[in-house]
Each structure stands twice: as C-alpha cells, then as structure tokens.
Design a protein around this ligand. Structure first.
Ligand code: SF4
Ligand code: SF4
Length: 335
C-alpha cells in the first residue's frame, strides 16, 4: 500500500481507502471481516456517512474489537443548519464508538441556496468549526457532485478537503480538484469505479492514482475479495488487456449510462431519476437483483409515473434519452 498526505490535514491516508456505502448490504459480521481485510491490506482511512443507513453502526461494531487509533475516520452529514449538524455529529460519534472523528464533511452540497445556507450565520459549517475547537472533529471537508456549486466553498478557504466524483469516465471535476490542490486542500475521489459500473477495477483505480490531482480514492467494498483486489492495484501492474477492457467498457456505457450528477432534478412529477437508474443498474448489470428490487420497491414514485414531459432531458449534460430509459426501467423493475 502507498500513503499520501491529505492536503494540509496531517492525515497520511492509504491511496486506496474504504468507501462505506456497500457495507449497508452485508451483515455486521461480514462488515467486520471486510474491515479486518482492509487493515491487512494496509488501508487506514474509512469514509462513511450518516445517510448510509447502518454503515456507521457496523464500523462501530468493528471498533469494539479493534483499536480505533489505527485508523483515520471520516463521515458526513446532509444537515444544512447548525443545530442539525451538531445532532448528526453526536450521532456519528456514538454510532462509530469514537471519541472524535478525524474528518467530518458537509454531504452533497447541491445548490447555490444550499451553499449559502451552510456558509452563512447559523449554518452547518458554524457547527463544524465549533466542534473542531472542542476536539470532537479534527478536520472539516466538503463533498458534492457539481463542481460549479462547490466552487464557492473551495474559494472560501474554510474547508480542508474536497470530495467529488472522479474516475476514468467522469472527469468534469478536474479543474476544481486542481484549484483545491492549489489551495492546499486534500482531494478525495468518490465513485472511483463510477458507482460499480467500471468493473475493471485495476485499470480504473490505476487511472485515478496516476492522475496527479487526487490524494485518495475511496471505492466501496462489499467483500474481502474486493478489498484484496483493490489493494493489489497499488503494488501490481495493470496489463494492456485490462486497459483495453476499461476503454471498451467506457465506450459501451458512454451514451446510456446515468452518472448520478443530478442535473436533471427536480422532476415535476417527483421522480428521483438517478436513484431509479441506480437500482436498475444494480439489477441488470451487477447481479444484485434482490437488493436492487427491494430498494426500487421502496421508492414512492416509480419510473412508470413519468409523464414523458421531457424537462429532465433538456437538463442532462450527457443527453441521455431519459424518457425511453425510464420506460425500459419500468419494464424491467415493475413487471
Ligand atoms: S420526462 Fe418524466 S422523469 Fe423527466 S421531468 Fe418529465 S416526468 Fe420527470
Ligand atoms: S439522468 Fe443525466 S442529469 Fe440525471 S443524474 Fe443521470 S446523468 Fe445526471
């Protein structure tokens, strides 16, 4: 494993670190085993979120039998105001059985209004700055999907890390990553495997690690085998064949693949378009049929509720045929 300084935080994190989304889908025992495998592979940085259902609790379970001091722990909250943020932070600390959290982040700041709110008086950032003075957290980070929305946060100089989607097929955050770097912020690539779409993990992770603008990539891992595969990328050599496979995969996903940027939202009928395509992708491409169907069934508004107005398509930067894709999704997930 290699390690990198996360900006000026003093955190010396493994370049492949642990993204905490997928452990929602496994048992507590399996999650603990996965974290043991991470430790064995040299991973020392965990990133999770309040919103990832029981991910924090499962990490807390692991810390009951393993020293927390061997790890850097990061989480995040969607709260936008001071009180909500303090409440979420207290819950994260309790759930993960930690006395403090190394990096606490604003989760997915996604509109100018959101940004104004978090930075303003009584905003969520005020709470994190207080918490840092009290020693409850060590550093403050910013996360989101839309570079132009995050830009004022990076410019503010009040954040120490930036976490954005960045991978071999999603490079739109590159200018912001460079700006963050120039300001001394740590840079974290979320969705390094494009939400699991880039199945040639070795080549996809290798691309990020050699990009020069990312300190740490945080692929989600839901099995010991995935941990071992991801860790081996750092010391191993990516073959030409794997690079070609990645290129082929990207070309294949290129036109009909939702990147979850959320530009299409809000839908006047209330469809959560990226979530619908996410679950369909897990169902059709990644053999997680039961998991995907369970979550899709829980959506209050489904693909078949689309009125075919087309508003979303005019906003999608990837020019996806969203209406047709929703029809296809309804045929698969609502049969
Ligand atoms: S076409 Fe369907 S999904 Fe798109 S904005 Fe209209 S109702 Fe929403
Ligand atoms: S449908 Fe298009 S705009 Fe909407 S989240 Fe997916 S890629 Fe982004």
């Amino acid at each position: 494993m290699r390690y990198a300084e996360l900006g000026k935080t003093g955190i010396n994190a493994s370049v492949i670190s642990f993204g905490g989304i997928p452990i929602q889908r496994v048992s507590s025992e399996e999650a603990v085993e996965i974290l043991f495998a991470c430790k064995d592979g040299g991973i020392n940085f965990i990133d999770t979120a309040r919103l990832y259902t029981d991910s924090e609790e499962k990490i807390g379970q692991y810390f009951k039998s393993h020293s927390r001091e061997d790890w850097y722990v990061a989480s995040k909250s969607p709260a936008r105001d001071r009180d909500g943020m303090l409440k979420d932070l207290a819950k994260s600390i309790e759930s993960m059985a930690c006395d403090y959290i190394d990096l606490y982040q604003l989760h997915n700041v996604s509109s100018p209004q959101d940004m104004e709110r978090v930075l303003g008086p009584g905003g969520a950032l005020e709470a994190l700055e207080e918490a840092k003075k009290q020693g409850l957290i060590r550093h403050i980070g910013l996360t989101g999907h839309k570079p132009e929305i995050l830009d004022p946060g990076v410019s503010s100089g009040r954040f120490e890390t930036l976490q954005v989607p960045f991978n071999a097929m999603e490079k739109q955050a590159l200018p912001l990553l460079k700006k963050a770097r120039q300001k001394g912020m740590g840079t974290i690539a979320m969705k390094p495997l494009a939400g699991g779409a880039l199945t040639v993990a070795a080549a996809a992770l290798d691309y990020i690690l050699n990009s020069n603008w990312v300190d740490v990539a945080i692929p989600g891992m839901q099995s010991v085998a995935e941990v071992q595969e991801n860790c081996s990328v750092v010391d191993g050599k990516v073959t030409d064949k794997e690079r070609q496979q990645l290129e082929k995969l990207i070309a294949g996903l290129g036109t009909h693949f939702c990147r979850r940027c959320e530009y299409c939202q809000p839908c006047p009928k209330g469809l959560n378009i990226p979530a619908i395509f996410l679950f369909e992708g897990y169902y059709s491409r990644y053999n997680l049929k039961e998991w995907a169907m369970e979550r899709y069934s829980g959506l209050p508004i489904k693909a078949s509720d689309c009125s075919q107005c087309g508003v979303c398509e005019s906003r999608c930067p990837y020019e996806l045929p969203i209406r047709q894709m929703l029809k296809d999704t309804a045929a698969i997930m609502e049969k």
